[in-house]
Design a protein around this ligand. Structure first.
Ligand code: GLC
Length: 462
């Protein structure tokens, strides 16, 4: 594995607990922007884990999975109700007291804005699958502890709630974008993760002897979720034209505009943004509400997990090519396009100065997104785009000392409040390189639905 400085940053970030490696810190900046960047974040550990798995260092990944699984019990009981055990922490740290080490987890109870990490348990399940794909360690999956954990996660994520769609209804800031950004409701990134998580759970459970009723239940949700997202989130020229001419205020079961989207809600920036060959999945959907913003990670994960069709996948890649300057700019990749400005910024972020237009979550450029971009591009044969993005990133990110994010319309400036030595800026690059150079590494996440896990490793079901 080349990139020695990226590998060194990863090695320096390893967190030990009672002598064992259990995770990596989010940043190794000597002056981190916030104290919790020294903690191990579940979502940040994902590209670290992929590097470890690719290097054959599987123990740290298993330790991490076990640690996070055991932390489930640690969440505080809120006044009036106890929290579900299916929720996993956003991050954890090792604290020492009376000469003893102990772990302390944050389930959103210490986080800015008290945001809930809905994505953690979903990343955990995806990582459990990637660990098994690499090691064939079915003994681990079959342990009572892991089986119970998977059940508890599914209990929470499949629980009946107030949403009328098969998508997952969540509060604002419940994933990588963990501050108010108008991403409450049914954000795309959560739906893509949900889909990938359900597929992973299905594969893991069917290989570890789960009852067919549980699997059937999962199948129903997997299919209805995919159908719904393809129907309501996809937009290309043809679909945009339909929305443009939508008749609104239809009631009854025969309505075509079932979510009552008003054509007037199509934002001005969409005019001319799509050509005949491009399209994407919109950021959010709800009654009378389409969030037309382009969210990069949600679109890329939808490709990696096969939630998007092959035609849609090709059209999303065409969109990147068409808007290369806006979506890649000087430093790949833009997290969301376009940025919220003025009144919209005030209303949706609560006037958050860290999220001003073209900065941080609000249209900043994030090097970590390179691994899912390269994975998605390679997946549909666009290695040309993968190489182009990778070349651009590699040129600067190391020389700039691995910033967390970049600012500006074209991502030309190091983020105003970005950490240096942000670990996932380095691990994202290592993973992207490996995906491009070593096709075997692609099975870790790629082709979630197509890899026949059972045929690969599943021994006789007990
Ligand atoms: C910020 C990011 C979040 C990340 C964390 C640690 O809060 O928004 O996605 O997990 O930093 O890097």
């Amino acid at each position: 594995m080349s990139l020695p400085n990226a590998v060194k940053l990863l090695n320096d970030s390893i967190i030990h607990y009672r002598g064992e490696p259990v995770g990596t810190s989010a940043a190794c900046d000597p002056n981190p922007v916030a104290a919790n960047y020294t903690e191990c974040f579940v979502r940040d550990f994902v590209p670290s884990a992929l590097v470890f798995l690719m290097r054959g260092e599987t123990a740290i990944v298993r330790n991490f999975l076990t640690t996070v699984m055991q932390l489930r019990g640690q969440q505080q009981v809120l006044e009036g109700h106890s929290r579900s055990r299916g929720l996993m922490p956003a991050s954890f740290k090792v604290v020492t007291g009376d000469g003893e080490e102990r772990l302390e987890a944050d389930f959103g109870d210490r986080a800015i804005g008290r945001v809930i990490p809905v994505d953690s348990a979903m990343w955990w399940m995806l990582l459990l699958r990637a660990y098994v794909v690499t090691t064939g360690d079915w003994g681990y999956v079959r342990t009572e502890e892991v089986q119970t954990c998977m059940r508890e996660i599914l209990d929470l994520y499949l629980r009946e709630s107030f949403g009328s769609a098969p998508t997952l209804l969540v509060p604002d800031g419940s994933f990588m974008i963990d501050r108010r950004m108008g991403v409450h409701g049914n954000p795309l990134e959560i739906q893509a993760l949900f889909y990938g998580m359900l597929l992973s759970a299905r594969q893991l459970l069917s290989c570890s002897g789960s009852e067919s009723a549980v699997l059937e239940n999962l199948d129903i949700r997997i299919h209805s979720l995919r159908r719904y997202v393809r129907r309501h989130y996809w937009v290309d020229r043809e679909r945009l034209n339909e929305i443009h001419r939508f008749k609104a205020e239809e009631s009854g079961v025969d309505a075509t505009n079932v979510l009552n989207v008003y054509p007037e809600s199509i934002p001005d920036w969409m005019d001319g943004w799509l050509d005949m060959h491009s399209g994407y999945l919109v950021g959010n959907q709800g009654p009378g509400r389409v969030d037309f913003r382009f969210f990069t990670q949600g679109n890329l994960l939808a490709i990696l997990f096969d939630m998007a069709t092959p035609e849609e996948t090709a059209a999303i890649m065409n969109l990147f090519e068409l808007h290369w300057d806006e979506l890649m700019g000087e430093m790949p990749l833009k997290i969301v396009y376009p940025a919220l400005a003025g009144k919209e910024w005030m209303m949706h972020t609560g006037s958050d100065p860290k999220n001003v237009a073209w900065s941080y979550h609000n249209g900043g450029n994030w090097p970590v997104l390179i691994w899912s971009f390269v994975g998605a591009a390679v997946r549909c044969g666009r290695t040309d785009l993968a190489e182009r993005a990778l070349a651009r990133l590699t040129e600067r990110v190391e020389a700039d000392q691995w910033p967390e994010y970049y600012d500006g319309k074209r991502g030309g400036l190091i983020g105003r409040r970005a950490n240096y030595f942000q670990v996932w800026s380095a691990t994202g690059l290592i993973v992207a390189r490996e995906i491009l150079e070593n096709p075997e590494s692609r099975t870790l996440f790629d082709r979630c639905t197509r890899v026949d896990l059972e045929a690969l490793y599943c021994p006789v079901v007990l």
